[in-house]
Design a protein around this ligand. Structure first.
Ligand code: EPU
Length: 426
């Protein structure tokens, strides 16, 4: 099993190019199932998760052309050989569940395994299912599978989500493109990935308006066509490197950064005393901290445009070396503080009380062996390791490979001392 060895203390200086967004790419890939014509996605991040979904799509009969290491992927779902997504594949990655709606909308039937919980919480899919039912789907949940049918096709519906959900908003948007009539999604997620998905679907001939607001309207069309779409830049990857630079100190410019999508993160960094220069037109974000102390800042995770839950762990790593006490409240997932005890192994002073973590900043962290528990938790340990004195070894980094493209290359390019080891190496 691979692990990362980090010798902390080096400042980060240089440029980091931001990759395509994992969480957008996964839904854009599912969109290929809505049409018999090829969907070409550029700026595709090469990640374990995106490669994994391409395998599931291939199992369903999608022709996938995506050479290793390439950032362009062509998906052609001209003829599916199966509309069954098996447990073995869906359980490995929750976003696989999003193939249900598109297959149901195009073929009138689909069977997809329930994804189950994951390390950060129970994560049910009840709102995905309610949305599909509102569009006229007959659903039978049996033996861990959702068997869905809509023999006469899906129908447009008014769907009001009781709370904001990214996955169910995207799933409903995908399915509604081919429904008869108009679908209105109320209390829809406003994450930038909604806009990316709607843009791609509109290029494919869908009629979606309002993406990025809390009301999305989708006028169903009879069929969709192929298209070429560039995956938006990854706001979470950009936020992660911004915090790495802030924690280690130095001067790093992120290029191809989705500046407009990062407002809450930029405000929190500025409040903590980090110099942030953003240039939306040039898509750059420059992060500087040379010697100045960090101030403790409290944040609460919220749906967009609030502070993102996917940057909570990284911000906790940063706050663990700030002056003073910060309170970090997690409002989206019920069990997303697993990095706290691992950060404590590096000397951080963190008390978790229910939904809140109280972080009392310490002057220095010290390297130690730690264990990655999920994707964002893993990268928070990398950030802490870069800021710590001495050697940190991060184990179980397969979590990192799910969502960060060439992480070690990008960081070593800025002067970090970070190396990947496997069991046969020292
Ligand atoms: N929820 C329900 N029922 C549902 C759907 C969601 O109760 O049917 C709950 C969830 O359990 C959670 C809350 O609603 O407590 C919000 O979940 P949401 O649906 O918004 O999240 P998601 O679609 O499962 C995506 C990202 C996550 C990110 C969240 C929030 C993907 C593949 N995943 O998950 O990303 O944290 O939105 O922004 O897009 C990550 O990348 O590390 C990651 C976990």
């Amino acid at each position: 099993m691979d692990r990362l060895k980090i010798i902390g203390g080096n400042k980060l200086n240089g440029e980091i190019a931001i990759s395509g967004a994992k969480n957008s790419a996964l839904k854009l890939m599912a969109a290929c199932l809505l049409t018999g014509e090829p969907l070409t996605l550029t700026n595709m991040p090469n990640l374990a998760d995106t490669r994994f979904l391409s395998q599931l799509l291939a199992t369903l009969g999608v022709e996938v052309y995506w050479p290793k290491g390439d950032n362009e992927c062509r998906l052609n779902a001209a003829e599916l050989t199966s509309t069954i997504a098996p447990y073995e594949q869906v359980r490995k990655m929750r976003a696989s569940f999003n193939v249900l709606g598109p297959m149901l909308a195009r073929y009138g039937h689909a069977t997809v395994s329930l994804p189950g919980g994951c390390a950060i919480g129970a994560r049910p899919v009840d709102l995905h299912l309610k949305a599909l039912e509102a569009m006229g789907a007959d659903l039978l949940v049996e033996g861990g599978y959702v068997k869905a049918a809509a023999i006469h096709g899906l129908k447009g519906a008014r769907i009001s989500f009781p709370f904001v959900t990214v996955g169910a908003t995207e799933h409903a948007m995908l399915a509604a493109t081919l429904a008869k009539g108009t679908t209105v999604l109320e209390n829809a997620a406003r994450e930038p990935e909604m806009v990316d998905l709607a843009d791609c679907l509109n290029k494919m001939g869908a009629k979606i308006s309002g993406a990025g607001t809390d009301t999305i309207t989708i006028e169903g069309v009879a069929q969709l066509n192929g298209a070429t779409h560039a995956v938006m830049a990854d706001r979470i990857e950009a936020g992660t490197y911004a915090m790495a630079a802030a924690a280690a100190g130095g001067d790093v410019t992120l290029t191809g950064a989705p500046v407009a999508a990062l407002g809450a993160m930029i405000s929190a960094l500025k409040e903590s005393g980090v110099t942030v220069d953003s240039n939306e037109a040039a898509a750059t974000l420059r992060i500087q901290r040379n010697g100045s102390a960090l101030k403790a800042v409290s944040v609460t995770t919220q749906p967009h445009p609030g502070f993102p839950t996917d940057l909570q762990a990284q911000f906790m790593a940063l706050m663990s070396v700030a002056d003073g006490t910060s309170i970090i409240r997690e409002n989206i997932f019920e069990n997303r503080f697993m990095h706290a005890p691992e950060l404590s192994r590096l000397g951080a002073d963190i008390q978790v009380r229910g939904k809140e973590a109280v972080v009392q900043g310490v002057p220095k962290l010290k390297g130690a062996p730690v264990m990655a528990t999920d994707l964002r938790a893993s990268v928070s340990l990398v950030i802490a390791g870069l800021a710590a004195e001495g050697e940190t070894e991060v184990n179980r980094i397969y979590h990192l490979d799910r969502g960060f493209e060439r992480l070690e290359d990008k960081l070593t390019g800025c002067g970090a001392d970070i190396r990947r080891l496997n069991d046969s190496e020292e």
